[in-house]
Design a protein around this ligand. Structure first.
Ligand SMILES: NC(=O)c1ccc[n+]([C@@H]2O[C@H](COP(=O)([O-])OP(=O)(O)OC[C@H]3O[C@@H](n4cnc5c(N)ncnc54)[C@H](O)[C@@H]3O)[C@@H](O)[C@H]2O)c1
Length: 245
């Protein structure tokens, strides 16, 4: 039977790489994103490569949209084996006194509330299946903190604690919950803001391995956490940052 993976933020740099990797691993992937064009582009690449993929629209901060998405996937595909919550972002770099309440809410909502809403809808289905993998996305900043990114760091730290708690709650049903924490990763959106050379100069002295991550580096970690080889791992946070943390 084909395994089904639902990937939020699947139209983005890391989400797209994860979707491609899981599809190569033989899963049917649902690429869910509020940027439908980006999700369709990722699905097109997967399908042209012989994989199975479908693009669906969702805003993960909207409970009704999340419920409709999960209900639709469950009705048509019958199961969800992997939920990868990758939709997120830091959106702003500014001092705390410059943050508005709306900006704080936006950052917390996309990263933390979105993860909660998706897990709340998918967990009962996985409980009925008596199996499932939930993969959340944090950041090195969720552990080290980051000046000028107070809400983002708080949201990502929250995701790490959320993961530990949900893993304990769902373990009796055979559902594994883990977090992947990427370090600086060269996604198209990041590379729009900075030249390759400027980025190299900024990060090379700080990263022991001497290079920033590629979306494919992060995707391999996500993939591993969906395999039978990782069946004894739950409640953990895995960093991929070249030794930065
Ligand atoms: N790129 C990095 O250096 C880096 C480092 C650490 C952590 N991360 C985390 O990795 C994840 C992916 O980041 P990325 O670099 O690929 O970013 P990205 O901007 O390329 O991808 C994010 C995707 O999420 C989607 N999205 C945003 N808000 C959404 C919403 N409300 N509902 C549905 N979809 C939504 C966007 O449309 C986009 O396709 C994020 O959680 C980010 O915080 C990235």
């Amino acid at each position: 039977m084909n395994q089904v993976a639902l990937i939020t933020g699947g139209g983005g740099g890391i989400g797209g790489a994860v979707a491609r990797r899981l599809a190569v691993g033989g899963m049917s992937v649902i690429v869910a994103d509020y940027d439908h064009g980006a999700a369709e582009k990722v699905c097109g690449e997967i399908v042209r490569g012989g994989g199975k993929a479908e693009a669906l629209s969702v805003d993960v901060t909207q409970a009704r949209e999340v419920k409709a998405l999960v209900t639709d996937v469950a009705r048509r595909l019958g199961r969800i084996d992997v939920l990868a919550n990758i939709a997120g972002g830091s959106f702003y770099t500014k001092r705390i006194e410059e943050f508005t309440w709306a900006e704080w809410r936006q950052v917390i909502d996309v990263n933390l509330k979105g993860t909660f809403l998706m897990c709340r809808e998918v967990a009962p289905l996985m409980q009925r299946q008596k199996s499932g993998r939930i993969l959340n996305t944090a950041s090195n900043y969720g552990v080290t903190g980051s000046a000028l990114r107070v809400p983002y760091s708080a949201a990502k730290a929250g995701i790490i604690a959320f993961t530990r708690s949900l893993a304990l709650e769902l373990a009796p049903d055979g559902i594994l919950v883990n977090t992947v924490a990427p370090g600086p990763t060269d996604t198209p959106r990041v590379m729009e803001r900075e030249t390759t050379e400027a980025r190299r100069q900024r990060w090379q002295p700080l990263i022991p391995l001497g290079r920033t991550g590629q979306p494919e580096d992060i995707a391999e970690l996500f993939y591993f956490l969906t395999t039978p080889e990782s069946a004894a791992i739950t409640g953990q946070t895995f960093h991929c940052n070249g030794g930065l943390v």
